[in-house]
Design a protein around this ligand. Structure first.
Ligand code: ZN
Length: 80
């Protein structure tokens, strides 16, 4: 039988090489640092887009932020 590969952990590992606790912990961490998949409400999306718009400091940023803000505003008008 295998033990969890997390150093100092003596729990039994499953097929992932980690115990249940560490497996879940790692999965949680990778979700936290991964691409943005969090579900935002239309209002939160609009607020975030507005902040991006305000923070834009290059022509590229500005273009992208304008696009994002418009989309967020449309979404908000429809669903907010
Ligand atoms: Zn472990």
């Amino acid at each position: 039988m295998r033990y969890c590969e997390e150093s100092g952990c003596l729990e039994r590992a499953d097929r992932s090489g980690l115990c249940w606790t560490h497996y879940n912990r790692r999965r949680g961490q990778s979700n936290a640092t991964g691409p943005v998949t969090k579900k935002l409400s239309p209002w939160e999306r609009l607020a975030e887009a507005a902040l991006n718009y305000a923070a834009a400091d290059s022509e590229d940023d500005y273009q992208r932020a304008t696009h994002g803000l418009r989309n967020a505003a449309k979404q908000y008008r429809r669903n907010g």
